[in-house]
Ligand binder design. Structure first.
Ligand code: GAR
Length: 201
């Protein structure tokens, strides 16, 4: 039984998609904990309602990024996870933290990487005039929104799209590709060769 720890900062709809898939599809895994850096992250209520352990390490109580990441790492490691899943966890991570979870920490980013790193990705896509946009699941490395790509989904950009309408279309795809990628990881079907993810069936 693999142990999954999920980190959130807000509503946690991707966390919810992973939890539901894990339970409904009977993965060889359990959600060991959902941890937030904000006390008011609404996703915490959903996790608790499913009987999942929750914890909060309040990022604004730390003036140093390294100190917060060290406290977070300590909390995460209490659950001995095989995989750490970032699901709308809105923090830039320190190199030491990333190194500690190298090869076992996934993130979902709302763009077709390597395009549109950072924040406001839907605004960036509209401003660039791209006709395809989407989401990417990738392993976390020290460089922000880089790292070996596990999965991507593309959606069309319509002439009358707003940031909200585009975000909604992308989010629907996130909820499909993220659980699938986490499942492939816990079933041991993913290996990383250099910067490339390979799938072994
Ligand atoms: C998702 O769209 C996710 O891709 C994005 O935040 C949203 C969280 O929604 N993540 C990032 O931008 C990370 N840089 P959720 O809390 O409902 O899963």
């Amino acid at each position: 039984m693999k142990k999954i720890v999920i980190l959130i900062s807000g509503r946690g709809s991707n966390m919810q998609a992973v939890v539901e898939a894990c339970v409904n599809q009977k993965w060889p895994a359990q959600i060991a904990a959902v941890i937030s850096n904000k006390t008011d992250a609404s996703g915490l209520e959903y996790a608790a309602s499913k009987g999942i352990q929750t914890a909060v390490v309040v990022s604004k109580e730390f003036s140093q990024r390294e100190a917060f990441d060290a406290a977070l790492q300590q909390k995460i490691d209490e659950f001995s996870p095989d995989i750490v899943v970032l699901a709308g966890f809105m923090r830039i991570l320190t190199p030491a933290f990333v190194k500690h979870y190298a090869g076992r920490m996934l993130n979902i980013h709302p763009s077709l990487l390597p395009s549109f790193v950072g924040l406001a990705t839907h605004r960036q896509a509209l401003d660039a005039g791209v006709k395809l946009h989407g989401a990417t699941v990738h392993f976390v490395t020290a460089e922000l929104d880089h790292g070996p790509i596990v999965a991507q989904a593309a959606v069309p950009v319509h002439n009358d799209d707003t940031e909200n309408s585009l975000a909604q279309r992308v989010l629907e795809q996130e909820h499909i590709i993220y659980p699938r990628a986490v499942r492939q990881f816990v079933e041991g079907k993913i290996s990383i060769v250099g910067n490339i993810v390979r799938f072994n069936d």
